[in-house]
Design a protein. Structure first.
Length: 102
């Protein structure tokens, strides 16, 4: 359903489902940083209490992450860091070494 909808519109649909959203308050989507092949998109919404704001942040992050996973998997990083002693490789000094593909 959402695969052709921009993230801004997906966020607006998802945030409307929040019980503690202050409907007449601050909701915003911005591009904070960008580079040759990346963008940092920030999503903002106002809740009715600090505790609910934190919980809403967690729920919205999870829902937006789910949307990306289902509709734009190419947006996920293709490189991860291996922890020494993990299944990835590390140098003798114990520094983390990039491992391709995940």
């Amino acid at each position: 359903m959402y695969h052709r909808i921009p993230p801004r519109e997906v966020f607006e649909d998802i945030v409307k489902e929040e019980k503690h959203l202050m409907a007449d308050e601050f909701r915003l989507v911005t591009v904070e940083e960008y580079g040759q092949s990346t963008q940092k998109i920030m999503f903002y919404a106002t809740a009715d209490s600090p505790t609910e704001a934190w919980m809403m942040n967690v729920r919205l992050c999870e829902k937006m992450g789910d949307w990306v996973r289902r509709n734009r998997p190419q947006w996920w990083p293709r490189l991860r860091l291996a922890v020494p002693g993990d299944t990835g490789s590390s140098d003798p000094d114990g520094a983390e070494t990039p491992v391709a593909g995940v």
